[in-house]
Write a protein that binds this ligand. Structure first.
Ligand code: UDP
Length: 379
């Protein structure tokens, strides 16, 4: 009775459901959590939307993805300009003329370049890890104050043991420009990310259909024939195609051992104060502060409420079964992933996609792009 079973109602699963229903397919979306939206899900308190699974700022240079998202939401004019707090001193991010001025009291780009060029000399040849990559990009001063502590907290390991590509996400500029992203488009959906998700899952104007069930763990369901029948109904001898967006190792029962992830823990406080930190995202870059950032959610949407909510984000070790946030794409885990990917390729009627199934550090726009590309190959 269903053409497609979509496992996971995160961004990838929801785009898939929408695109398949647009093509006339009957879709059933099964979500393990009690709500849809995956990690973009927001919870509203006193008119302030809390990014419950960490701050999400939509940014892209992909015209098609930008237009695609705007079918469902209007984006506000939020521009991410986080501030780094190192031992009580504030520095603008990403690394730009404002940061260099604050660090070295210089005035011109040439002065900043001269300092960085001098400091980056200590790295010769291709950077072999994140530490070398960071120093070769911005020099040792910035590495020590704004990168080392933050990165080692976030990833739970030394910068010398982390892949260089992680830090290449961050722009370095010799202009006075605090925009964290280089992308052409950026913003937060008006009304929040839930509007985007609800729009994707709304099948009223589509020829196919989308049914959603939350609180259903597909990997458990697969082991239980009776429960499976109850949820899926009679399949009339036909096996629905499966779009699986959960963790790839969990699908294969951790046959080769678990893939590593970095976890996160959030603690949110309410303050009887209109404006607590003056910015949505403050990064705490010193190793001794146990959290990496504090998020004052109202600033994502220019909130004017008399109260505010601030979340501290703590990086955490991760055990299989817990919420997985960041894939640890080091050599060991990449090799392990390749083994699971080979199994996935051979699995009939199942398409694996999204951050957890592809074990990729996807941003939201990458996720939408990947789903839009994949659907072309399916239908
Ligand atoms: N990073 C850093 N200092 C900062 C912010 C970021 O060293 O103040 C580095 C760190 O290694 C981090 C990477 O840049 O893992 C990517 O940061 P980003 O903010 O893009 O991570 P996300 O928002 O995806 O958690």
């Amino acid at each position: 009775m269903y053409d497609y079973l979509i496992i996971g109602a995160g961004l990838y699963g929801c785009v898939m459901a929408h695109e398949l229903a647009k093509r006339g397919k009957k879709c059933l979306v099964l979500e393990r959590r009690a709500h849809v939206g995956g990690n973009v899900y927001c919870e509203e308190r006193e008119g302030i939307r809390i990014h419950r699974y960490g701050a999400h700022i939509f940014h892209t240079s992909d015209e098609e993805v930008w237009r695609y998202a705007q079918q469902f939401v209007t984006f506000n004019h939020y521009v991410n300009s986080p501030v780094a707090n190192y031992m009580g001193h504030l520095y603008n991010l990403p690394f730009n003329m404002n940061t260099f001025r604050e660090l070295w009291d210089i005035v011109t780009p040439a002065q900043a370049r001269a300092i960085i060029d001098e400091q980056r000399k200590e790295i010769t040849g291709e950077p072999r890890n994140l530490e070398e990559q960071a120093i070769s990009l911005v020099g040792r001063d910035i590495y020590e104050k704004l990168i080392k502590g933050y990165t080692e907290k976030q990833w739970g390991r030394a910068c010398t043991e982390l892949p260089a590509f992680i830090i290449r996400r961050l722009p370095v500029r010799f202009t006075f420009d605090n925009n964290y992203f280089n992308d052409r488009y950026q913003g937060i959906p008006e009304g929040g990310y839930n509007v985007l998700i609800d729009g994707l899952l709304d099948d009223k104007k589509l020829t196919g259909s989308i049914e959603v069930r939350t609180g259903v763990d597909y990997n458990e369901l697969r082991k239980d024939a009776a429960a499976r029948k109850k949820i899926l109904g009679r399949t009339e001898g036909r096996t629905p195609e499966v779009i699986y967006t959960g963790a790839i190792d969990a699908y294969f029962d951790y046959e080769f051992g678990p893939l590593a992830y970095r976890g996160l823990r959030f603690e949110t406080d309410r303050f009887e104060e209109e404006n607590r930190q003056g910015v949505a995202v403050m990064n705490y870059t010193a190793r001794m502060v146990p959290f990496t950032r504090t998020i004052e959610h109202k600033h994502f949407e220019f909130g004017t409420q008399p109260v505010t909510y601030v979340t501290r984000e703590y990086p955490a070790d991760w055990q299989p079964g817990e919420e997985a946030y960041y894939p640890v794409n080091d050599a060991e885990n990449s090799t392990l992933y390749a083994k699971y990917a080979a199994l996935a390729k051979a699995e009939p009627h199942v398409h694996f996609g999204g951050r957890l199934a592809e074990y990729k550090y996807y941003d939201m726009d990458d996720t939408i792009r990947a789903a839009l590309d994949a659907v072309q190959t399916l239908s």
